[in-house]
Write a protein that binds this ligand. Structure first.
Ligand code: GLA
Ligand code: ZN
Length: 678
């Protein structure tokens, strides 16, 4: 990221809704005082403020906003300014029903809520352009405005819109993709159940009361839904860019299935992310930490640059099943975890709790009572101080990975829709189990999709890679030929990009040195076992039945009629090697096997210590621009997710960049401690 817009600071701040407090001027003044106390240097403004910015059709009032941006700027606080399409005003959705989404049953939604507009509505587009351009013209060069927050969590509340505008746009999208109905019919295998289309108008969005059986059609609909909302976002970006050169971002959500964020990221200057882990919901925080880390890794991998942590809660949320308070130390650790894994900011939802509405009890820096005199406010202030002190060391550094983990949205959509013997499959959970093995070792891992360049990695791990798309197979072959290590699993290489099954043999048969045949989906009562290098591991899900050809068999099944069949194979190919893991196995196996694969390729965390359970390390290094450009050494964020003292034996000697102390030998990390070492 070109981090110039950060003005040399890691950002600390977040969502601020003064538009809810315009009748309380004293609150606004108090906010500025408290923000300075908490070392807040940024706020995200105007996210849901359309009704205050355009109180009635074509009547704009930006004076209040100007006044607030000015006052903040005078006090050293920057603004990330939102376009207000996150919620449409009541006057608009009441008067023009086409802005409201339509459900898959053909029912028009009623006015209200948020994230509620149809992305294809011409009227909505027109109103959006009008207000976005005006905002950009008015504030696009204000010295206090450092970036644009385009809309908010696109697609966040309701699924897809099935209105006539969207149906028409879907057909246009298909015409562009396939050109002729003949090609579409072939790609969709529509001879199935007499689905042959003879007119474009016969095509409708998939629906529970309509078509639901052509997986290729459903896949294209998912692609369209993501593309169409992205098209709306790009329209917003163009409107803003007419008058402003400030970088644009829009806030992404945790593993949000409907939108292909790899595609979305291309439209943005900076990726930003809203992170709401369910801390303390499990017996310990280790799984939650690992999942959060994979979210962060995804965000920084999208553009291979740092991202902004646009939202996180300073204490609890109010929308989960259990909304536990962050225990002492967790706010600091979870904030630093974001920085450790590639964020250049810690931002909150929300600065101040509203007096009414559904988020009045959602965690905030400032509560309804007690001003700065709260545990949460003190925690936030402490984070602000730490960020300030490490800013110059962290800015300009990035996480650099030797390992890539394939996590592909189209694969996600398609594999979970396959209706095979194997249902239900959980793609995300599967990928997470591989991330977990790497995270436990402190190995930096990039998250890539099938379009990504693989050339810079030593290891590529592609679990449940059901679909092969585009030039992916060729890239994998080239990668392994050059000496790379490829690890893939059962239920890979089944279909092409329109969900047509590959015929003849496995498409990477040459590379893997195996041929695949059947796949078993045993219930928990029929779990198999594999024997790997003298140790038995339980299988926990799918078991593929494969035959080794040129590959060596490293593990075999132990039970049932396929006892003795290969469970793990290795094939040398060019200068590299390819592993095939035939079954879903207990985590112990995945941990051990990936540790061995990393060791063979010389991939380590770079940090000289054996990591105990619950402790991980993340590394940020200066961006290599040219030789000798940046003399700074790598930074290691040593994070203890145990709510207990944890001993760790450190072989090397490191300098704690905050205290200046030398850290080596046996040390004790306190509960939820994060040390930043060089
Ligand atoms: C999302 C939204 C915010 C707020 C928070 C609550 O991230 O973007 O407006 O609703 O959730 O956790
Ligand atoms: Zn629509």
């Amino acid at each position: 990221m070109n981090e110039a817009f950060l003005h040399g600071r890691l950002l600390h701040g977040g969502d601020y809704n003064p538009d809810q407090w315009l009748k309380y001027p004293e609150v606004l003044e108090e906010d500025i005082r408290l923000m300075k106390m908490a070392h807040v240097n940024e706020v995200s403004l105007g996210i849901f403020a359309w009704a205050k910015l355009e109180p009635s059709d074509g009547v704009y009032d930006f004076d209040w906003l100007k006044n607030i941006i000015d006052r903040l700027y005078e006090n050293g606080i920057y603004t990330i300014l939102a376009t207000p399409t996150g919620a449409v005003p009541m006057w608009m959705s009441e008067a023009h029903e086409e802005v409201r989404m339509m459900t898959e049953d053909g029912i028009r939604r009623l006015p209200g809520e948020r994230h509620n507009f149809c992305p294809s509505s011409p009227y909505m587009r027109e109103k959006m352009r009008a207000i976005d351009e005006r905002l950009a013209e008015t504030f696009g060069h204000h010295p206090g405005v450092i970036a644009w927050h385009i809309s908010n969590e696109y697609g966040g509340h309701y699924g897809d819109c099935h209105c006539p505008h969207c149906q028409r746009a879907f057909r246009e999208w298909l015409k562009k993709k396939y050109g002729t109905l003949d090609r579409l019919n072939d790609a969709w295998w529509s001879s199935f159940w007499s689905h042959t289309y003879t007119d474009w108008d016969q095509i409708h969005a998939p629906s529970r009361i309509g078509e639901n059986t052509l997986h290729a059609q459903k896949l294209d609909w998912r692609r369209f839904v993501s593309d169409q909302m992205l098209d709306f976002c790009e329209d917003e970006i163009r409107s803003v860019r007419k008058f402003s050169d400030r970088p644009v971002t829009t806030n992404f959500m945790m593993f949000f299935k409907p939108h292909d964020y790899f595609k979305w990221a291309k439209a943005l200057d900076v990726v930003s992310f809203d992170s709401y882990p369910a801390w303390h919901n499990e017996a310990d925080d280790v799984r939650t930490a690992m999942e959060t880390s994979m979210n962060f890794a995804t965000m920084r991998s999208l553009k291979k640059q740092p991202f902004l942590l646009m939202e996180s809660t300073p204490s609890a949320t109010n929308w989960m099943k259990y909304n536990m308070l962050k225990r002492p130390g967790m706010h600091e650790l979870s904030s630093l975890q974001a920085i450790a894994d590639g964020a250049d900011s810690v931002q909150y939802f929300q600065w101040r709790k509203g007096r009414g509405g559904s988020e009045k009890f959602h965690g905030a820096v400032v509560d309804h009572r007690n001003g700065a005199n709260t545990r949460v406010f003190r925690d936030v202030t402490r984070v602000g101080e730490r960020l300030e002190s490490i800013s110059s060391r962290v800015l300009g550094t990035v996480n650099q990975a030797d390992v890539a983990l394939v996590f592909d949205w189209e694969n996600w959509w398609d594999v979970e829709d396959a209706q095979a013997v194997t249902n239900p499959v959980n793609y995300l959970k599967t990928v997470l189990s591989y991330y977990e093995a790497l995270w436990k070792q402190g190995i930096t891992t990039d998250i890539v999709n099938m379009d990504s360049d693989l050339a810079d990695y030593k290891i590529v791990v592609a679990p449940m890679n059901y679909m092969y798309r585009g030039s992916y197979m060729e890239k994998v072959r080239a990668f392994v030929k050059r000496g790379g290590t490829y690890v893939t699993t059962y239920w890979s290489g089944e279909v092409n990009d329109t969900d047509l099954c590959f015929l003849g043999s496995h498409p990477l048969r040459d590379l893997l040195g195996i041929e695949t045949e059947e796949i078993d989906a045993p219930t928990d009562l029929h779990r198999n076992e594999i024997l790997y290098d003298g140790t038995k591991y339980e299988t926990t899900g799918l078991c593929a039945l494969v035959h080794a050809e040129s590959a060596a068999v490293l593990a075999t099944y132990q039970k049932d009629f396929y006892a003795g069949y290969p469970a793990l194979t290795r094939n040398y190919y060019g200068d590299g090697r390819a592993y095939f893991i035939a079954s879903e196995n207990e985590q112990l196996f995945t941990d051990r096997f990936l540790a061995e694969v990393c060791a063979k390729s010389g991939v380590t965390s770079g940090f000289d210590a054996e990591l105990p359970y619950g402790v991980t390390v993340s590394c940020r290094k200066p961006v290599e621009k040219g030789h000798g450009d940046d003399e700074r050494t790598p930074l290691y964020f040593l994070q203890n997710f145990n709510y207990a003292d944890t001993n760790i034996q450190i072989s090397g000697a490191y300098n704690d960049i905050e205290t200046g102390n030398t850290v080596s030998g046996e040390i004790t990390l306190s509960p939820y401690q994060c040390l930043i070492l060089e």
